[in-house]
Every structure is written in C-alpha cells, then in structure tokens.
Design a protein around this ligand. Structure first.
Ligand SMILES: [Fe+2]
Ligand SMILES: [Fe+2]
Length: 152
C-alpha cells in the first residue's frame, strides 16, 4: 500500500505540474465549486479519491487516464454561481463544456473523454459511464461534492 502511494504521489505531482504549465488548468483556482472549495482543489480531491477507490478495490484501471480524467472532469472554466444566461442548467451542460475545453488543450484518450462527459450521471441520463474509470470518477465526484457541501 505504502509503495503504491509513493508511486502514485510521484505520478500525480508530475501530471498536475504538466497540466499547470501547459494548459488553462490554473484558471480553475479562480472559480468556486462547493462551499469555499475552488474547482482546482475539488478536481484534485476527485482525482485522488478516484485513485484511492481503484487501489482499495483492486480495480484494473488505466491509472494515467483516471488521474487526468479526474483532474479535468470540471474543466468548464467559468463561475457557475454568477448569474449568466450561458450558465443556466449548469448541472446538465457543464460536462460538454468541460470536454470541449479539454479537447482544445489536450489530446485526450477515449477513457478521459468518457470520464469528463459522463461524470454527472444519473443527472445526465443519456450520458452514462461506459468504462470502469468513468464509473469511479462519477462516484468519487459525488463523495467529494457531498463532503465539500456539508463540511464547513
Ligand atoms: Fe461536474
Ligand atoms: Fe466535480
């Protein structure tokens, strides 16, 4: 377990650093997700929780895609608390916006795309996870969102 965590921390720092230096990912520090948690911190929590779940349950996953998909699942790049016509129905629409933004900045794997697009299931009824990695992030997102909303 310890060995895995160390390996993960190294991979995670490397992946996060590359996102921070080669994309618009740092912008997510300016947007609040739940409570007082920024989208940046929320995304890191979701990616870490996803990995922990995969490890705990011994799930055979593409670790790199799980990590990047988790980090980019809320890459919508706006403040959804601000009243704006384009922010309406944020819950339903932001996965598509996040995927569009991420496709502009990265060459995403099919797994990463599926993670981003389906993470709001069951709210997005017809976009449901079609791989293990997407199911994990979908569940990790709900765990983190609940904690962030009620932990003050
Ligand atoms: Fe989301
Ligand atoms: Fe999220």
């Amino acid at each position: 377990m310890k060995h895995h965590s160390t390996k993960f921390d190294f991979l995670f720092s490397k992946t996060l650093a590359s996102l921070n230096t080669t994309s618009r990912f740092p912008l997510t520090k300016h947007y609040i997700q739940h409570g007082s948690v920024t989208v940046y911190d929320h995304s890191i929590r979701v990616a870490r929780t996803s990995y922990k779940l995969a490890l705990l349950l011994h799930l055979p996953v593409d670790l790199h895609s799980l990590m990047r998909g988790g980090l980019l699942h809320d890459y919508f790049l706006y403040d959804w608390h601000e009243p704006d016509k384009s922010h309406r129905l944020h819950g339903f629409r932001h996965p598509k916006t996040a995927l569009r933004n991420a496709n502009e900045d990265f060459n995403l794997t099919a797994i990463e795309q599926n993670i981003i697009l389906t993470h709001m299931f069951p709210l997005t009824l017809f976009s449901y996870p079609s791989c293990l990695e997407a199911w994990i992030v979908c569940i990790a997102d709900k765990i983190c969102a609940t904690k962030e909303t009620f932990h003050r």
